[in-house]
Design a protein around this ligand. Structure first.
Ligand code: DX5
Ligand code: ZN
Length: 216
């Protein structure tokens, strides 16, 4: 399987959001990556349901919603029904009862993802991996686009891939933060399946051509 490319709308032009979404619709990109920040779990705020509802109207590809919020359980139903999440990812660090949270996401009809901050080892997922459709490895500290890729992530990808293979699972590995044309091949070689690209796509002179290159 070729790598899936998920442009992060956090780096889009919010004054021209419909235009930027249309551009992704007409590109080779696979998913829309949507970052929700609450100002508690991460030191930044992004956007909430009113903006999401507008995104849903225009987006014609699966919505990959990344919740960087404390107490995600409180909003699972709304992200699945009002925001039509195809994949809903919660942070390991924000979930006291992660098993229950993943069950709840799936019960609401979305695929369930778990995200790990850069300091959290992949080994904590050993006994929950079977319940996750995707693991998102943060390759920057969450909260902002346009940061520098943390190199240690490559070792984490390899370890996680080994864990997935050992358990004979099909769990996808998504990498989020500082991903671009300078490292996409290394990440895919290490075992990544989905690449989130914010600044490297929306900051490019030609975003559509950049997506073509990221797919290769
Ligand atoms: C960061 C977000 C990312 C961000 C990535 O907390 O989770 O999805 O938009 O942006 P880039 O690709 O610019 O690092
Ligand atoms: Zn993200």
């Amino acid at each position: 399987m070729n790598q899936l490319i998920a442009p992060s709308l956090l780096s889009a032009d919010f004054g021209n959001l419909a235009r930027d979404i249309q551009m992704i619709n007409n590109s080779q990109a696979d998913w829309f990556h949507i970052d929700i920040m609450d100002g508690h779990f991460v030191p930044n705020l992004s956007f909430g349901f009113p903006v999401l509802k507008s995104i849903v109207v225009h987006a014609k590809k699966p919505l990959d919603i990344h919740l960087m919020i404390t107490n995600p359980d409180m909003y699972i139903e709304r992200f699945c029904t009002e925001a039509h999440a195809d994949i809903l990812t919660v942070h390991y660090e924000a979930c006291t009862h992660l098993h229950r949270t993943l069950q709840s996401i799936k019960a609401h009809g979305a695929k369930a993802g778990v995200a790990l901050n850069p300091h959290t080892p992949v080994s904590v997922l050993e006994d929950i991996l079977v319940e996750a459709d995707m693991v998102l490895l943060m390759s920057v500290n969450p909260g902002f686009g346009g940061q520098k890729f943390i190199t240690q992530t490559i070792e984490k990808i390899k370890k996680l891939k080994q864990m997935i293979d050992n358990q004979h699972l099909n769990t996808l590995i998504e990498i989020d933060g500082g991903v671009g044309l300078n490292n996409h091949h290394t990440l895919v070689e290490a075992g990544a399946n989905v690449l989130v690209c914010g600044n490297s796509v929306f900051g490019a002179e030609n975003p559509v051509a950049t997506i073509d290159l990221l797919k290769k």
